[in-house]
Design a protein around this ligand. Structure first.
Ligand code: URP
Ligand code: ZN
Length: 455
């Protein structure tokens, strides 16, 4: 199967050029002024006036995540389908064991759940407790290419780690040559604030936000960085949302420590005014960490632009309104999270590139290249060059859209970006050398996504 993409502007993280791209089966086999004379091209796409970019890689999604209100509303099939419509061809989800369950058993279970994933996929694996065998379990994950381990400093009653275990996990992962990814919020402090608000009947969604203030994130970031330094373990801090966290991250990076940072479109675009109002309008925005202030948004854009933050993931974790409503009378019962896997590229392009906050090359870096580099997928993914995988997006910079739950492909009756205008959208999404999305329609059922090989 050969596909020739003519006259597009190829945008990589480090260069931009107008050239033709030839894909054969699932690989890019030629770039330049290619003649079709000697090839048996099955399809030619004219990409004039479009950008050709590496397929998006979302490093942070939660498909089919169990919660007290049922599973997050996108399973691997619906969520990955929505991802493809938005130009994301690979996702990294999570393996979260039950207490007492080995990482390997949990991986097997999660692998079964992800069988219908249409994008390529991998997992971060979560050690949620310490036991004698955990070092072997972590080594085994790494030998299978699962090299990133997600730890939670919040959610202490379920999956969160106390300090002693956190440090031990970092030491073990550091020794084994892996990376720890950290949800930085101090669980104990949050619990005190939640109980304090609940005791005086302050139970509306605004108190979700007030019980998880910026300092609680920033102090966790400081602690995680210190532990990682002691453990000599690279860390990746997920969903950074506050300006105070950035101070610690910058300082560590300046000192040469391997500290990577991710933020998400919701923290770049929405603020805590979303928590003022009735439940219908505030419940959908309950997520952790919560939305912050305008100053945080400005600081995050600066960090995205100056390279302090390397990636933009989504933390895609949608719940239908009925599920959110289980916490109508008590914010502590609202399932945390919101969707966005479909909207990530269009939002970052519109409000980053078109607002001159980041360049087109940085857009590619943040949504694909850096993710591939940090998580061991580069150069198969994250770059358009001969030998790389033919996961590509032909981006039409002119297509306008108004985001809405009424026409998105995410399986959710809520979209937290409802009514927001975007400019720029995938015209073609190509996965493993096959066109799967064309002009807003899924034209062929993508073959099952591949479990990614990570080095
Ligand atoms: O609110 C969020 N982020 N829900 C998803 C689970 C997590 O904390 O990452
Ligand atoms: Zn998450």
């Amino acid at each position: 199967m050969e596909l020739l993409i003519n006259n597009g502007t190829i945008v990589n993280a480090n260069n931009t050029s107008v050239a033709n791209v030839l894909c054969r089966d699932n690989k890019i086999v030629g770039i330049g002024d290619l003649s079709t004379a000697n090839t048996s091209v099955d399809r030619i796409i004219d990409a004039t006036d479009c950008y050709v970019i590496p397929g998006g890689i979302d490093p942070h999604v939660h498909m089919h995540l169990p919660s007290s209100a049922g599973f997050s509303s996108d399973d691997f099939y619906s969520g990955s389908k929505a991802a493809l419509f938005g130009g994301t061809t690979s996702i990294i989800d999570f393996v979260t064991p039950r207490k007492g369950e080995s990482l390997q058993d949990a991986i097997l279970k999660r692998t079964k759940e992800s069988q219908n994933c249409l994008t390529n996929y991998s997992f971060h694996v979560s050690p949620i407790e310490w036991r004698d065998t955990i070092e072997n379990e972590i080594d085994n994950c790494i030998s299978k290419g699962l090299r990133s381990f997600k730890v939670y400093m919040a959610y202490k009653d379920t999956i969160g780690l106390d300090d002693e275990v956190l440090l031990k996990v970092m030491k073990t992962v550091g020794n084994a040559g892996g990376m720890v990814t950290v949800h930085c919020e101090l669980g104990d402090e949050i619990e005190i604030l939640r109980n304090k608000f609940a005791s005086v009947n302050c139970l509306i969604p605004e108190f979700h936000s007030l019980s998880r203030p910026s300092e609680v994130e920033a102090k966790a970031v400081e602690k995680a960085i210190n532990f990682a330094k002691e453990a000599q373990c690279p860390i990746y801090i997920v969903h950074v949302s506050t300006k105070e966290s950035l101070v610690y991250i910058r300082e560590a990076q300046k000192n040469g420590q391997k500290v990577y940072a991710e933020t998400c479109p919701q923290y770049l675009l929405l603020d805590d005014s979303k928590y003022i109002g009735d439940f219908e309008n505030t419940g959908p925005f309950v997520m952790s960490p919560p939305l912050r202030k305008k100053e945080d948004i400005d600081a995050l854009w600066e960090a995205v632009s100056d390279g302090t933050i390397q990636t933009v993931g989504t933390d895609h974790c949608p719940f239908n309104f009925k599920q959110k409503e289980t916490g109508r009378d008590d914010f502590r019962k609202i399932p945390n999270g919101a969707g966005g896997v479909e909207n990530r590229l269009a939002l970052l392009y519109t409000y980053g590139v078109l607002k001159d906050k980041i360049s087109l090359n940085q857009f590619v870096d943040l949504t694909s290249t850096n993710v591939a580099k940090i998580f061991g997928l580069y150069p198969e993914k994250g770059i358009i060059e001969v030998g790389s995988d033919a996961d590509l997006v032909i981006w039409n910079p002119k297509i306008e859209n108004i985001i809405s739950a009424s026409n998105h492909h995410q399986n959710c009756d809520i979209n937290i970006y409802e009514g927001i205008k975007t400019i720029g959208s995938p015209r073609f999404v190509i996965q493993s050398g096959r066109v799967v999305v064309e002009n807003g329609l899924m034209i062929s059922t993508p073959s099952k996504g591949q479990l990614l090989v990570r080095r």
